[in-house]
Design a protein around this ligand. Structure first.
Ligand SMILES: [Zn+2]
Ligand SMILES: [Zn+2]
Length: 429
């Protein structure tokens, strides 16, 4: 390829990824702020883990027979021959970090929050991206049903404050590992006569991990797997009691849920309580947030046996659902900050001094450096949604005053130059 054709080639973000700019960034940042604030109220501390991990971490935790690991994980060999994966989800990394930093010895019970990009090589479609973003919490080191109640409550609290009102929560229990073995046997018996009709992959799943048949996207498999409306999970006495406690706790906390829906979470590590939050306005398949208990994962990743519970929510999905529910564009952003317009280009230096003084006081202030006309600057101030516009011209400098327009109120007045910074800080305070 010639140099010219390389230069003229227009690049685009890779399929299934997107740039965020303008209002989108504001809305994202507001979700992230809400998440951090509320998780903080509940005592969760943020941790940040790398975007890449040893691929075997996910094979061991998420499960070798899951779609995530088999079809969707970005996996590559690095130059040193290590088997690396871009993280497809957050829980495994958090538990890995929890153990690596000996939190099981120093803290015991730990409440952790994460936010960040995850990667799955899915076929891009509405609401699904190859780089998507999640926030989530993990409460590691307790089997108490109250931990389930707290995490679910926090999950719903965040969604509410992000503007998501129409959401329903499905609640179920997948039982302990013994229960799952018994349930798998029962499920195999239930599916046996239809086994030949299942897809090729489900034939393997039937033997290796029959619950995976429940999340097969093939319509025939789906129809067969879900023909029975009964939960595929049979609970022992201890698991049934745990689940009762969770439901009682949620009722006491005023959280409504639907425990009649039958569903399974498609990751191997779940035990006992699982839940999904579904928002109206998104596709039927799509949960905005989901999670559950994983009482064996810490041990399976090399730690002591200890219970844990967590959830993850997709930021793209939360924003999409909130927008659908509220109607796009009906929230007019509040005017904020100051635009300093200059009547004559030589006054840039003078103007910049004022702008810096305002910024030092925490007031957002912008100005033009390119000698635009006053009219063009005023248009720009309006476009930038500034609340105040100050006009500095030679006449103003001579009279030691500045003209200050309030675009929110539609007023205009002159302010002595000496009092300008003080007055603007007061108005914007
Ligand atoms: Zn059990
Ligand atoms: Zn299938």
């Amino acid at each position: 390829m010639s140099r010219e054709s390389l230069v003229s080639m227009a690049f685009q973000a890779p399929q299934g990824t997107k740039d965020l700019l303008g209002d989108a960034v504001t809305r994202w940042a507001s979700v992230e702020r809400t998440v951090r604030r509320l998780a903080g109220l509940y005592g969760y501390q943020e941790l940040r883990t790398p975007l890449i991990e040893d691929a075997s971490l996910f094979l061991r935790s998420v499960g070798e027979t899951t779609d995530i690991v088999q079809k969707e994980m970005f996996r590559f060999e690095d130059r040193g021959g290590h088997d690396i994966a871009l993280r497809p989800e957050g829980t495994a990394s958090v538990v890995r970090a929890y153990l690596e930093h000996n939190l099981h010895k120093t803290e015991g019970f730990a409440k952790l929050l994460y936010l960040g990009p995850m990667f799955r090589a899915e076929r891009p479609q509405a609401g699904r991206f190859r780089q998507f973003h999640q926030y989530g919490v993990e409460a590691i080191g307790s089997e108490s049903p109250w931990v389930d109640v707290e995490v679910i409550t926090l999950c719903l609290h965040i969604l509410r404050e992000c503007g998501l009102m129409g959401a329903v929560m499905w609640l179920s229990s997948m039982g302990c590992r013994d229960d799952q073995q018994r349930s798998a046997q029962l499920l195999r018996e239930r599916l046996m006569k239809d086994k030949p009709k299942l897809c090729k992959e489900c034939q393997i799943r039937f033997e290796k991990n029959v619950f995976r048949v429940l999340d097969c996207k093939n319509p025939t498999c789906h129809e067969i797997a879900w023909r029975s409306k009964a939960s595929p999970f049979v609970l022992c006495e201890a698991c049934a009691a745990h689940f009762d406690e969770v439901r009682r706790g949620l009722r006491e906390a005023g959280v409504s849920f639907d425990d009649t829906k039958v569903f399974a979470r498609g990751l191997d590590y779940y035990t006992r309580t699982v839940f999904e939050v579904r928002a109206t306005g998104l596709g039927a398949q799509d949960a905005v947030a989901a999670g559950g208990r994983y009482d064996h994962l810490v041990e399976e990743l090399g730690g002591p046996p200890m219970g844990a519970f967590g959830f993850a929510a997709g930021i793209e999905r939360v924003l999409m659902a909130a927008e659908k529910q509220q109607g796009a564009g009906d929230a007019v952003p509040k005017r904020r900050g100051l635009y300093l317009a200059i009547a004559q280009p030589p006054l840039v230096g003078e103007g910049f001094r004022f702008v810096q003084q305002l910024r030092a006081r925490g007031v957002s202030a912008v100005m033009d450096y390119d000698g635009k006309s006053l009219k063009a600057q005023l248009r720009e101030a309006d476009k930038a949604n500034c609340q105040l516009v100050a006009i500095l011209g030679e006449a103003e400098v001579k009279q030691r005053v500045m003209t200050l327009k309030d675009l929110a109120q539609g007023t205009q007045r002159a302010i002595p130059l000496d009092a300008f910074v003080e007055e603007v800080s007061r108005v914007m305070g």
